[in-house]
Design a protein around this ligand. Structure first.
Ligand SMILES: *[C@@H]1O[C@H](CO)[C@@H](O)[C@H](O)[C@H]1NC(C)=O
Ligand SMILES: *[C@@H]1O[C@H](CO)[C@@H](O)[C@H](O)[C@H]1NC(C)=O
Length: 220
């Protein structure tokens, strides 16, 4: 009768061990799940923090962009500055003209050319941006001693004549000038044209000048 008792004891022991092992296993599984959950949660929180930081950054960027738009709309900021002032570079006094055809005057002496919008090779000012510009020119010419030359120049916007400065044939030195304010699109050109039969002086004193500048940009 001892054998069944020992067997029972052994079986009981096995059951206990099995139960304990099982219990340990369950505990281990729970712990793993909890730690996985914990790490998901902390990842989620990190992502959340990042998103909140990014949103704050974007709000700040938007605020700055809005402020810049308002500033530009108020016209307080010019996108760039444009100004040129020119004459003829001469070593000895001479006249340009009278010529047989209408000719664009080339002012090759540059006093100022901020923005490089005046081209001395073509004689064209090209508007680098849409805006309102002012142009001035002064024409000096010698008296023609009865040879019949009027003195002057016409200001052109692209292919269109805008204003003229002209002085009739005169026995003595003459001066004539013009000023005009034009609204230009980017790429519009402005130049001075010497009409066929007219002349202008290119004297060492730089008595003939052509200049212009941006008053204000439009649409920025
Ligand atoms: C002036 O115009 C000429 C002819 O179109 C061009 O070759 C030259 O590059 C221009 N110069 C400047 C400074 O833009
Ligand atoms: C035109 O200006 C020049 C240079 O200042 C001067 O010598 C000349 O007398 C002026 N002409 C007239 C008609 O006043």
């Amino acid at each position: 009768m001892k054998t069944p008792g020992v067997l029972l004891l052994l079986w009981s022991a096995l059951v206990v061990v099995a139960a304990e092992r099982g219990g340990l296993h369950v505990e281990a599984t729970d712990a793993a799940a909890a730690s996985t959950q914990q790490s998901y949660l902390s990842e989620f929180r990190a992502a959340q923090r990042q998103m909140i930081a990014q949103m704050a950054e974007q709000r700040e960027e938007l605020r700055l962009a809005k402020a810049q738009i308002e500033e530009l709309k108020s016209g307080a900021v010019r996108p760039s500055n444009v100004a040129f002032s020119t004459s003829f570079s001469v070593k000895t006094d001479k006249h340009i003209g009278p010529l047989k055809t209408d000719t664009t005057l080339l002012f090759d002496l540059v006093f100022t050319n901020v923005g490089n919008a005046y081209n001395t090779t073509t004689g064209l000012f090209t508007a680098p941006l849409k805006g309102v510009y002012q142009f001035n020119y002064h024409i000096f010419a010698g008296g023609d001693q009865g040879a019949g030359h009027g003195a002057g120049a016409k200001l052109f916007k692209n292919k269109d004549e805008v204003v003229t400065a002209y002085n009739h044939v005169a026995p003595h030195d003459v001066n004539t000038s013009q000023s005009v304010i034009l609204q230009l699109q980017e790429g519009d050109t402005v130049s001075l044209l010497l009409e066929a039969g007219w002349w202008v002086a290119a004297y060492t004193g730089h008595l003939t000048t052509f200049s212009g500048h941006l008053l204000f940009a439009v649409g920025y």
